[in-house]
Design a protein around this ligand. Structure first.
Ligand SMILES: [Zn+2]
Length: 67
């Protein structure tokens, strides 16, 4: 896929979940993103808390960002 992004802070390659949760929690129209680790640090929460949100949105099926 041509749609390849890296974390703007640490440069880690990003998956769809990383991008989706960033858009959901930070800025829907963002074109730069943080990985889950850096996003957790940004919000001052644990990585597990972010991953739990990813799971929640994915399983709830109500958010178009998570498919
Ligand atoms: Zn990062």
């Amino acid at each position: 896929m041509a749609d390849f992004h890296t974390c703007k802070k640490c440069g880690a390659p990003l998956g769809q979940d990383d991008i989706a949760i960033y858009k959901k929690m930070v800025l829907r129209t963002a074109d730069e993103f943080l990985c889950i680790d850096c996003l957790a640090e940004y919000f001052g929460v644990s990585r597990e808390a972010i991953e739990a949100k990813v799971r929640y949105f994915r399983e709830s099926g109500t958010c178009a960002l998570f498919r």
